[in-house]
Design a protein around this ligand. Structure first.
Ligand code: ATP
Ligand code: MG
Length: 565
């Protein structure tokens, strides 16, 4: 599947539009994009789609892509979020060089643009309350009513606006509104609020301002200041595009970017809304923004997802003009596909069952040279110690097996991965629970190669570790965060739909000794079990902690095969 990475990005309606602009020379041959997060939360996989799109287009057309903190609303923004955003975009593999910008750096410029609008008679100070403004806005079928303050003189507006900035008025006492058209069929154009008074400490500008621009005013002008050519945003801003253009046209700015809307990513079994993600963090439903069950970049990184897998996923889903819900299985498929290629294979036993090889010399150890990857000898090999006492997976043994159970049971022979055939002779059981506590087996010394010289076959190969040589480990198994595919549908409290079984800790696992010095964040395939990553936070020298990245089962494979046809 490396073709996906190597092939040029397939075209889409955004790239077609850019190609058109290049033909007509609308932007003098330039293409410049930006990724503009508001630092009021951590980035999630939906943002990754936007990041891949903006940086991807810039790279393809050899133009810049800026990283801009869209930090014009002081509430909820913080340096912690800025740092996490920087970290996450970089980890995803993108580079903005020296073009990290902050909309809050433009506050003075934006204010002067507002003054200019007032001078042109295109903006006025309105003293209606927020409720009154809402009531007078009208509906889809009814036009709005003009504000009684709409015809204030330019002088009065300039004076009032300056005093708003100077802090002479209470929060909410006045706002600055664009003077557009209260009868416009597009409600966004009915004299939108451009500035509001808000006493709040901004994480960068502190108490310098008590007047803050609204998103619609700040965004288009920030794009223009940075000479962005294509301002790519999500579909919900389609109705705001006329306002984006109106502001830039009225101010006759030099650079007038083209806003283009695309469908936001929605993913099954999770939520991609910062507001709701914050709620999960604050109310303790998850351990933090980097909880491996979170759809955040930080969570996916901690869980062990690779940047390549996320980029491949974003490319595969493409961009569209209609909102859709993408199956989480596709993301997992991309993760598996990438890890299948690059994750070394090792052995780990989740639920150990002791096995004693009765005819193997006590105290003897031998080592099996075992390749890290079946298809990639270049990844090398490691020595896996074998001795008289082993652990195998508890569920690889059933005393009274059903018909199609091919693994270990009394009298049955199986192959140990990389080694001998063993046969189960007897079971030691807990007299109280009846549960198997120990198996006695025999091995066939002739089968060290994994094959019997007499040609007899076994039905199964199972994984194992040597009891004395293996290391204890804690394995954390993660499942989907929500029980239902679309937790935001309907109005009930979404937290009631959380999957209570999304997290399981197994504390008595055993892993092969080669993992003793596995680096935090390194990823492995535990054979027959799944892909795992050394938890970068909780794994200190003594306890190895692994996060399950994804299971081996590939329920998406069938669908992907159909896709390729
Ligand atoms: P909110 O919903 O709170 O406004 P947001 O998710 O839009 O937040 P921003 O920080 O404004 O967060 O987003 C930065 C950029 O990422 C925007 O251009 C936005 O359109 C894009 N983006 C956000 N969510 C998604 C998503 N689910 N799919 C694709 N792009 C997204
Ligand atoms: Mg937003």
């Amino acid at each position: 599947m490396t073709q996906t990475e190597a092939s040029p990005p397939s075209t889409d309606f955004i790239r077609e539009m850019i190609d058109g602009h290049l033909k007509t020379n609308r932007f003098q041959g330039r293409v410049a994009t930006r990724f503009p997060p508001e630092p009021n939360g951590y980035l999630h996989i939906g943002h990754a789609k936007s990041i891949c799109l903006n940086f991807g287009i810039a790279a393809q057309y050899r133009g810049p892509c800026n990283l801009r903190m869209d930090d014009t609303d002081p509430s909820g923004e913080s340096l912690e979020y800025v740092e996490s955003i920087i970290n996450d975009v970089r980890w995803l593999g993108f580079d903005w060089e020296d073009r990290l910008f902050y909309a809050s750096n433009y506050f003075e410029q934006l204010y002067q643009f507002a003054v200019q609008l007032i001078k042109e008679g295109k903006a006025y100070v309105c003293s209606l309350s927020a409720d009154e403004i809402r009531e007078q806005r009208g509906t889809l079928t009814e036009p709005g009513k003009e504000s009684p303050y709409r015809n204030r003189s330019i002088e009065e507006n300039l004076d009032m606006f300056a005093r708003m900035r100077a802090g002479e008025f209470e929060d909410g006492a006045h706002v600055l509104r664009g003077k557009i058209d209260m009868t416009s069929p597009n409600i966004t154009m009915r004299d939108p609020v451009l500035y509001r008074i808000k006493r709040a400490t901004h994480y960068r500008t502190g108490a310098q301002w008590c007047l803050y621009p609204m998103y619609d005013f700040a965004h288009c002008l920030s794009d223009s200041i940075e000479k962005i050519t294509h301002s790519i945003c999500t579909l919900e801003f389609e109705n705001n595009r006329p306002l984006y253009d109106w502001i830039l046209d009225e101010l006759k700015v030099e650079s007038h970017p083209q806003q283009i809307e695309f469908a936001r990513l929605n993913l099954t079994y999770t939520i991609l809304s910062k507001r709701r993600l914050i709620e999960l963090v604050v109310k303790g439903y998850v351990t933090g923004w980097d909880d491996p069950r979170m759809p955040t970049i930080a969570g996916m990184r901690r869980r062990g997802y690779t940047p390549e897998a996320i980029r491949n996923f974003c490319e595969r889903i493409g961009v569209a003009k209609n909102d859709s819900l993408i199956d989480m299985a596709l993301l997992e498929y991309c993760v598996r596909e990438n890890l299948n290629e690059k994750a070394p294979r090792v052995m780990a036993v989740l639920n150990p069952l002791r096995v004693i090889i009765d005819n193997y010399p006590e105290g003897q150890t031998e080592e099996f040279d075992s390749p890290y990857h079946p298809q990639n000898p270049g990844m090398g090999s490691r020595k896996v110690p074998f001795s008289q006492v082993l652990y195998i997976e508890r569920n690889d043994f059933i005393e009274n097996p059903p018909k199609k159970f091919y693994r270990l049971s009394p009298g049955k022979e199986v192959r140990l991965r990389y080694g001998y055939f063993i046969k189960c002779a007897s079971v030691v059981k807990d007299p109280e629970t009846g549960q198997a506590v120990e198996l006695h087996c025999t091995y066939d010394p002739e089968t060290r190669s994994g094959f019997a010289p007499d040609g007899r076959k076994v039905d199964a190969t199972i994984h194992w570790v040597s009891a004395d040589h293996s290391l204890p480990a804690e394995l954390r198994l993660y499942d989907r965060l929500f029980k239902v595919p679309n937790p935001v549908e309907g109005s009930s409290d979404f937290t009631e739909l959380l999957n209570e079984q999304s997290f399981e800790i197994l504390k008595s696992c055993r892993v092969e000794p080669s993992l003793a010095n596995a680096a935090p964040g390194s990823r492995f395939q535990f054979e027959r079990v799944g892909y795992f990553c050394v938890d970068p936070v909780d794994s200190y020298n003594k306890t190895l902690v692994f996060n399950r990245i994804v299971t081996l089962r590939d329920s998406w494979a069938k669908i992907a095969r159909q896709e390729k046809k």
